[in-house]
Design a protein around this ligand. Structure first.
Ligand code: GLN
Length: 478
């Protein structure tokens, strides 16, 4: 078998059986990147210290003290801070910026022995659904190079799908893990808000952002989540809730008759791609056939999700991005004679078009006179969306929907139509607005051989339920 086809758990077994070593595997990954990534462009930087780490891992296997992710090559979205490589957020304003500290998730991965191969491409500051908004050029979908990989974690999803990493981290503010995972046919989990520390994640929408795994299968997402989850004193929004051994949880026998699955009618409406609708419905029928109890439910405020999200997310983004001013970080204009010119020109030259659009939108909804009409109203609707989920979870254990309403679209197809682009997140944003966890599980292919995904939601801090159901679907129904 081609070594690079292995999952995280697969490669770990090969290491333990001494069939291959971390240095050999890293060499293969690097060769594959140099060959394939010229076209796909999933990576922005490669870690020059990776071989050093792989050699240390090799020694640990020899000495019999290998840790959980020892020698496993992983990729990291380029908005997660690393001291050994740049963190650019795919923006000119942070080009060559190297963080003086590691994100908590990076320290956790490294303490578990993972080898970080490189940093992956993304929409600039995670604003987008196609990875076309990167200042360093788009990433392509490994299943069809004329299509987008989704976004904003498109580089991470494409790297995993193209076998250029055994797993990756992404960030999800409105769908940026699940939608690209869906478009690239891999698993991608957005944890509960507060499950994973955001310390060292460059902030987009601080009340929405979460870091999560993008992996070849559901088991690998369980493995990575266990490592990165948990309370962190450096992030006061991270929660002190015990972290289960998710890998053990998915091995427990799932008794279909004890699990109630909600199917929200608002996610199966006109406008959704017919092949996606049919495929997801087929899986739902199979779940019923396997003995799961299904219930039609309603999440009545679903349709307000996109409008609410684009008010709250842009408001928070406009505030968070005020720190990029030419003084504190990264790029500074060459052309200034006073401090105001530094600010204006640095931001004018350093930010891309979509970033500017979001700063303008966010500043507008927070401005006096419009604050009540837009921002406060959106916060109220956010509460209603949250209550929809709360009520639904009084009746059901998990909720199943399609992950996206459309198949991967063509590069260039939506870039000049932001409203159509924003609609790409129609099925994902409400999980962020309400804080609940949700996963994309690959669910087969369209006639054009493009991936289709199914989304599973659960109550806050019940990631194990999501992973169990997702694992069941992946193992038995696809
Ligand atoms: N695509 C959405 C946006 O453009 C979500 C992005 C994200 O989750 N980072 O805002």
């Amino acid at each position: 078998m081609d070594i690079l086809k292995n999952s995280i758990s697969g490669i770990k077994n090969l290491y333990l059986k001494k069939e291959i070593s971390p240095v050999e595997v890293l060499e293969q990954v690097r060769t594959a990147i140099l060959q394939k990534d010229r076209e796909i462009h999933s990576y922005l930087h490669l870690n020059e210290k990776a071989f050093e780490d792989a050699r240390q891992s090799e020694k640990r296997y020899k000495d019999g003290n290998a840790r959980e992710l020892e020698g496993i090559p992983l990729a990291i979205k380029d908005n997660i801070c690393t001291t050994e490589q740049p963190t650019t957020c795919a923006s000119k304003i942070l080009q060559n910026y190297v963080s003086p500290y590691n994100a908590t998730v990076i320290n956790k991965l490294r303490e578990s022995g993972a080898v970080i191969i490189g940093k992956t491409n993304m929409d600039e500051f995670a604003f987008g659904s196609s990875t076309e908004n990167s200042a360093f050029g788009p990433t392509k979908n490994p299943f069809n190079l004329s299509c987008v990989p989704g976004g904003s974690s498109g580089g991470s999803a494409a790297a995993v799908a193209a076998e250029l990493a055994f797993g990756a981290l992404g960030s999800d503010t409105g769908g940026s893990i699940r939608q690209p995972a869906c478009f690239c046919g891999v698993a991608g989990l957005k944890p509960t808000y507060g499950r994973v520390s955001r310390y060292g994640l460059v902030a987009f929408g601080s009340s929405l952002d979460q870091i999560g795994p993008i992996t070849k299968d559901v088991r690998d997402s369980a493995i990575l989540l266990k490592i990165i989850a948990g309370k962190d004193k450096k992030d006061s929004t991270s929660m002190d809730v015990p972290v289960p051994d998710y890998e053990k949880e998915i091995e427990k026998e799932l008794k279909p008759s004890e699990l109630k699955i909600g199917i929200p009618k608002e996610y199966f409406v006109e406008g959704i791609d017919k092949q996606i609708n049919d495929r997801v419905n087929t899986i739902i029928k199979k779940l019923e056939g396997a003995g799961f109890i299904l219930e039609q439910i309603s999440l009545p405020h679903t349709e307000y999700g996109i409008a609410t999200y684009y008010i709250i997310a842009t408001a928070e983004a406009s505030t968070n991005l005020s720190r990029f001013d030419g003084i504190k970080y990264g790029y500074r204009t060459k052309n200034y004679s006073n401090i105001n010119e530094i600010y204006f020109r640095t931001r004018g030259e350093g930010f891309g078009f979509e970033v500017k659009r979001r700063i303008v939108l966010g500043t507008f909804v927070l401005s006096s006179g419009y604050y009540d009409a837009y921002y406060i109203k959106a916060q109220k609707v956010r509460t209603l969306i949250k209550e929809d989920f709360k009520k639904a979870f009084e009746r059901v254990d998990v909720i199943i929907t399609p992950t996206t309403a459309e198949l991967p679209f063509k590069i260039g197809e939506k870039i000049s139509d932001p409203l159509r682009m924003y609609l790409s997140d129609i099925f994902t944003v409400n999980a962020n607005l309400s804080g609940v966890p949700a996963i994309n599980v690959p669910a087969g292919f369209s006639e054009e051989n493009l991936p289709i995904g199914i989304q599973v939601f659960a109550q806050p801090f019940m990631e194990e339920k999501i992973l169990q159901v997702a694992h069941y679907i992946e193992q038995n129904l696809i």
